[in-house]
Design a protein around this ligand. Structure first.
Ligand SMILES: C[S@@+](CC[C@H](N)C(=O)[O-])C[C@H]1O[C@@H](n2cnc3c(N)ncnc32)[C@H](O)[C@@H]1O
Length: 217
């Protein structure tokens, strides 16, 4: 199993640096804001079975939302974020968390068909090559398993799209670009024979979405 990305390119180094800075304050800023979306994503994922991979697990805000019957694995580029996730596991006795490793989601060190579901929350729009990450999620997923994404995706038009244009400079600073549309993921699913189950809005006011896809059985 890989414990480090094979190549730590400039984007990887920048991402690690950014999250080394975010790590100490991350939970204070994001916990309450992302909790409803995280709970929705977890609920969708666990309906597929016990073995779950959380890609870009960060400080592990959602680890406690999984039922104790799960076998949960988490990966992240940032050791600074993962250190906080490990502390949560110890402090709260989250024995369903079986592994937390430094790993690039575009080069997962797991065998094919290892998981019943792969969850990625607030990750996919940050990855320089999201299709490569999705390809890896698909590879490690068992046939019939689900990819569940929680994220902000830009609207194609209407009033919300106009508000997004106004707040775009602020959102892009924290990785919530409205340029990234769910349609990009839907197109990837179509090209790869993956069933696009759908996108549904969640808190706050539909700004975050839960996107689900199923691997052919
Ligand atoms: C916005 S945070 C979300 C963390 C967590 N999923 C949550 O909802 O609280 C994004 C996380 O993705 C990680 N990340 C970014 N690119 C990654 C990559 N290529 N492979 C693994 N993790 C990555 C960052 O280090 C960071 O911890």
């Amino acid at each position: 199993m890989l414990s480090e990305p094979r190549e730590a390119g400039p984007t990887t180094a920048l991402m690690r640096k950014a999250y080394a800075r975010w790590a100490p304050v991350y939970d204070v800023v994001y916990d309450k804001l992302t909790e409803p979306a995280a709970r929705d994503a977890v609920e969708a994922a666990v309906a597929n079975g016990r073995r779950i991979l959380e890609a870009g697990v960060g400080t592990g805000l959602s680890l406690g939302y999984y039922p104790a019957s799960c076998e949960l694995y988490g990966v992240d580029l940032s050791e600074d974020m993962l250190r906080r996730a490990r502390r949560k596991v110890l402090r709260r006795g989250l024995s369903h968390v079986k592994g937390l490793q430094v790993m690039d989601v575009c080069r997962l060190g797991y065998a094919d068909a290892s998981f019943d579901a792969v969850v990625a929350q607030f990750l996919i729009t940050l990855v320089p090559d999201p299709e490569a990450a999705l390809g890896e999620f698909l590879r490690v997923l068992r046939p019939g398993g689900e990819i569940v994404l929680a994220n902000h995706f830009g609207q194609d038009g209407g009033a919300v799209a106009r508000v997004e244009e106004i707040v775009a400079p602020l959102c892009s600073k924290i990785g919530w670009s409205s340029d990234f549309k769910a349609a990009r993921i839907e197109a990837w699913a179509r090209r790869n024979g993956v069933a696009f189950i759908g996108v549904r809005p969640t808190f706050p006011g539909g700004f975050f979405k839960i996107l689900r896809m199923r691997k052919a059985a």
